[in-house]
Design a protein around this ligand. Structure first.
Ligand code: ADP
Length: 478
């Protein structure tokens, strides 16, 4: 008998791949299959590689502890219980650890809320060299539900995630790279076009409809919201967040970074060095505005400018005045800014993910041009940044509350000056010139931030310990 392992009538089990450190199982050789408690069971992913996601309350008398799990589905099977009830159940395969042994088991997923044990270990899942001795309890040692105490905690999730990329350009380089990086890591990615989403505002059941059909709960949403969709994109993102998804950048942070005036105010308040800037909306007093920033040359920018389109260099005071007069005529919001000549037509893009600069590039303007935008003929190349630049980029990102950002800065005689913080930075230029796997690093960051557990607000009818101990007879017959 020395090579056999003894199992009692109840044992503590762990499921490393599901992220479950402790589940108390009833061992029942009278049952053929094994079952795991699961609610909100939801299949996702392609037909030939279906995944199932489900929520489990591992602690019978603490229904507020919810763990979100997902695993590849191996089957869908009809299970008949002894009272004749038939149920079509998803079947997953995952390793179980009991004592110091670990082996793969098939588990059917079913709601065991009314049963004392969250798991039933049936005979098919018990290896041949294990012997069940029904007079023993926890022959393989004790675990404790205390292991759930620090949930949710920051650690990479190993389960396949259902991720939505919120974009109107599913085929552009950035969207494709993010999708590929996530799929390579076993996640399922759906491209959601912001413009095709409809929102159902309901306090108890917020939903997003896509071409009329309700969208599922995503584990994570990667917002890639274009400037033209900021307002609506933020609303859609907020809705996903209310439904329980982790959003890579929050709607609030995106909103703050898109509002250039607000962003400048936040950055200034956080003590971040920027070119001296004055804001105006059709000012009457052009001379004062110029005086505030300093002497010519000056840069005048339309606030809604992208890709350098509305950015003008006024070499003389006279030129500055006429540009400002022109913008005034347009009734537009604009800024007047100190021209950082020493930058030499170059700016630096720092790609920040989770408080770290993960990639950088330097963009150099064409001969005779001060705007380094790639759309204006600028070229990108590799660059090493200084510690000061690194700190400034990270600080700027943090002050706006962004997790992922592209920070543009100028190298000035008095250190880095932040130009702009972009909440949906493109991946192409920076991946090509730095050689870094930016998409992969973003997905890795996401894995460490998707909530492994949710503390539900449900107040499920708590059962007395006595009720919990009394396992109903019907449950033993699977
Ligand atoms: P946009 O958002 O339209 O790209 P930016 O403010 O980023 O406008 O300006 C475009 C480019 O012009 C920058 O990448 C930078 O090379 C150059 N630039 C902008 N502001 C200044 C400035 N104050 N001093 C020197 N160069 C500047």
């Amino acid at each position: 008998m020395e090579d056999t392992t003894l199992l009692g009538w109840e044992e503590w089990a762990a499921f490393p791949k599901l992220g479950l450190p402790a589940v108390k199982a009833k061992v029942d050789t009278g049952a053929r299959t094994s079952a795991l408690h699961a609610v909100s069971i939801e299949p996702f992913g392609p037909m030939e590689k279906t995944q199932v996601r489900f929520i489990l309350h591992p602690i019978p008398d603490k229904p507020e502890i919810e763990i979100v799990c997902s695993a590849p589905a191996v089957d869908r099977r009809e299970v008949v219980s002894s009272n004749g009830e038939r149920e079509l159940r998803w079947v997953i395969e995952t390793p179980v650890r009991i004592g110091d042994r670990e082996w793969p088991v098939e588990l059917t997923l079913t709601n065991r809320e009314t049963m004392a044990y969250r798991m039933l270990l049936g005979r098919q899942a018990i290896p041949e060299d294990m012997v069940v001795n029904p007079t023993l309890s926890c022959a393989q040692g004790e675990l404790s539900y205390d292991l759930y105490k620090d949930f949710p905690r920051r650690r990479p999730v190993k389960r396949p995630l259902r991720i939505a990329i919120l974009t109107r350009e599913p085929n552009n380089y950035s969207s494709q790279r993010l999708r590929d990086a996530a799929q390579t890591r076993g996640h399922v990615v759906e491209m959601i076009n912001t413009a095709r989403c409809t929102l159902a505002i309901d306090a108890n059941d917020p939903k997003v409809y896509y071409d009329g059909k309700p969208l599922p709960v995503y584990d994570a949403v990667i917002p890639r919201i274009g400037a033209s969709m900021t307002g609506y994109g933020m609303a859609v993102l907020r809705q996903f967040s209310m439904m329980g998804a982790y959003c890579l950048n929050t709607a609030e942070a995106i909103g703050a970074s898109r509002d250039k005036l607000f962003a400048h105010q936040i950055l200034a308040r956080s003590g971040i060095n920027m070119p001296v800037t004055a804001f105006a909306h059709s000012p009457k007093d052009t001379a004062n505005l110029i005086a505030h920033v300093g002497d010519a040359p000056l840069v005048v920018k339309l606030l809604q400018s992208t890709q350098g389109r509305g950015v003008v260099l006024a070499e003389t005071k006279k030129a500055a005045e006429s540009v400002i007069d022109a913008f005034r005529g347009l009734d537009a919001n604009f800024i007047v800014q100190e021209f950082v000549k020493e930058a030499g037509g170059a700016d630096i893009r720092c790609f920040v993910v989770g408080g770290r600069v993960i990639a950088t590039m330097m963009r150099q303007a064409e001969e005779g041009e001060f705007r380094s935008n790639l759309h204006r003929g600028g070229t990108a190349r590799k660059v090493r940044i200084t510690k000061e630049e690194r700190v400034a980029a990270v600080q700027a990102t943090k002050s706006l509350g962004l997790s992922v950002a592209g920070v543009d800065l100028l190298r000035s005689a008095t250190g880095p000056k932040i130009l702009e913080v972009n909440s949906s930075p493109g991946l192409e230029g920076v991946e090509r010139s730095s050689g870094k796997d930016v998409a992969g690093l973003i997905v890795e960051y996401l894995e460490t931030h998707v909530r492994p557990a949710r503390t539900g607000k449900r107040k499920a009818a708590a059962r007395t310990p006595a009720e919990a101990r009394a396992e109903p007879a019907s449950s033993q017959s699977e």
